[in-house]
Write a protein that binds this ligand. Structure first.
Ligand code: NAD
Length: 342
C-alpha cells in the first residue's frame, strides 16, 4: 500500500514508518520539521527505497495537492500536529495554525485528490487524535467513542476542532475518514519535553525531576509499537466514518511512574544515591486533567487488536533506548572536547 504520512519525522510517525516499511508498504512522508520533527528519528529508513521525504507544511494546500497528485497514495495518515500541552498553554497560535487550519487545508487537498480517483474504494484518510478531547475523568469509568467532547487545554481544543472538521468532511462530502483517539504514548524517539523521556534524561544528567502538583494525575500508557500495530490494522479493517479509542489499560499516577523510572534506573544504571532523591514537586499545570483512561473494545472487536507490550517491558525498552542515546551524545561531546571543538 502507498501511505502518505504527515508528521512522519516525529515520535509516532517515525515509529509508524519503521514498522510499515518492514511490512512492505511504500511511504510518502510530509513533514515541516518543526522543533519536534527530526529526520534522525528515521535512521536508515530515511534512505529506504520505499521512503520518500517532502519537507512541507500541511498548511500549504497547493504544495500538498501537488504531492498528492504526483505520489498518488492509497491512504493518508494525518499525524502532523503541535502536540505538547504545556506549549499550548504558553501560546496557542501554532496549535490553531497547524492542528486546525493545517488539518482543514489537508482535508481540502485530500478531497480534491479523492474526487479525481477512478477507483475510490481503496482510499482512506486516517486522522490521529487524542483522548484529551474528552476532558478529564474522575476515579471511575473510561472514555469511549460516545463520550462527549469536553477539551480543557488549548492543545486538546485544537485537536477537538480538527476531529470535528474531519468528521464533517465524511458527513458532507463523503471523504472516507476515520478518527483515532489515542491515550498517552511512550517509547523510543519521543521528544524529551514529554514526561517519560524528560524524566529519564534529567535523571541521567542528575537534574531535578519536576513533578506537577502532588503527581496524583492518572494517565493510561500505550507503547508506541502497539499503537502503530492498531493503525495498520485500522487501515485495512476499520470502517469509514467511524472513530476508535486506543489505550492499553496501563493506568498509573504520574508520581508512581516517575518512581518506577527511578527504580529501573537504579537497577540498570546505578549511581551513588537513588534517582528518587531527584524528584521535585513543582506548581501544578493550569487546568491539569485528573484522569484519562480509554476503552479500546470497539477497536479490538473491529480489528482483533490487543496490546502486546507490557508496561514494565515497554518502559525498560524505552529507558534502554534513551540510555544508549545519552551515552552516544556524551561520548560525542567528550570526543569533540578532546579534539578542541568545544
Ligand atoms: P510529535 O510532536 O512528536 O511530532 C509531530 C510531527 O509533526 C513533527 O515531526 C513535526 O515536525 C510535524 N509537524 C508539525 N507541524 C507541522 C506542519 N504544519 N506541517 C507538517 N508537519 C508538521 O507528535 P507525536 O507525539 O508523534 O504525535 C503524532 C500525532 O498523534 C499528533 O497528531 C498528536 O496529537 C497525536 N497523539 C499523540 C499522543 C502521544 O502521546 N504522543 C497521544 C495521542 C495522540
Amino acid at each position: 500500500m502507498r501511505i502518505l504520512v504527515t508528521g512522519g519525522a516525529g515520535f509516532i510517525g517515525s515509529n509508524f514508518i519503521g514498522q510499515s516499511l518492514s511490512q512492505g508498504h511504500e511511504i510518502i512522508n510530509v513533514d515541516k520539521l518543526t522543533y519536534a520533527g527530526n529526520p534522525e528519528n528515521l535512521g536508515s529508513d530515511y534512505n529506504h527505497k520505499n521512503h520518500m521525504f517532502y519537507k512541507e507544511d500541511i498548511c500549504n494546500k497547493q504544495a500538498i495537492e501537488e504531492i498528492l497528485f504526483r505520489e498518488r497514495p492509497d491512504v493518508i495518515l494525518h499525524m502532523a500536529a503541535e502536540s505538547h500541552v504545556d506549549r499550548s498553554i504558553d501560546c496557542a497560535d501554532d496549535f490553531i495554525q497547524t492542528n486546525v487550519v493545517g488539518t482543514h487545508q489537508l482535508l481540502d487537498a485530500s478531497l480534491k485528490y479523492y474526487k479525481s480517483l477512478t477507483n475510490k474504494n481503496k482510499f482512506r484518510f486516517l486522522h490521529l487524535s487524542t483522548d484529551e478531547v474528552f476532558g478529564a475523568l474522575n476515579e471511575t469509568g473510561k472514555f469511549n467513542e460516545t463520550t462527549p467532547y469536553c477539551p480543557n487545554s488549548p492543545y486538546a481544543a485544537s485537536k477537538a476542532a480538527s476531529d470535528l472538521l474531519v468528521r464533517s468532511y465524511y458527513q458532507t462530502y463523503g471523504l472516507p475518514t476515520m478518527i483515532v483517539n489515542s491515550s498517552n504514548n511512550y517509547g523510543p524517539k519521543q521528544y524529551p519535553e514529554k514526561l517519560i523521556p524528560l524524566m529519564i534524561l534529567n535523571a541521567l544528567e542528575q537534574k531535578p525531576l519536576p513533578v506537577y502538583g502532588k503527581g496524583q494525575q492518572i494517565r493510561d500508557w500505550l507503547f508506541v509499537t502497539d499503537h502503530v500495530d492498531a493503525l495498520l490494522k485500522l487501515i485495512s479493517l476499520g470502517e469509514n466514518g467511524e472513530s476508535y479509542c486506543i489505550g492499553a489499560h496501563n493506568e498509573m499516577t504520574n508520581l508512581s511512574l516517575v518512581q518506577l523510572i527511578c527504580n529501573y534506573l537504579d537497577e540498570i544504571h546505578p549511581v551513588q544515591s537513588s534517582y528518587q532523591n531527584l524528584i521535585t514537586f513543582v506548581s501544578d499545570r493550569p487546568g491539569h486533567d485528573y484522569r484519562y483512561a480509554t476503552d479500546a473494545s470497539k477497536l479490538a472487536k473491529t480489528t482483533g487488536w490487543s496490546p502486546k507490550v507490557g508496561f514494565q517491558e515497554g518502559l525498560k525498552q524505552t529507558i534502554l533506548w534513551y540510555l544508549e542515546r545519552f551515552d552516544v551524545l556524551r561520548v560525542k561531546s567528550e570526543a569533540r572536547k578532546r579534539i578542541g571543538l568545544g
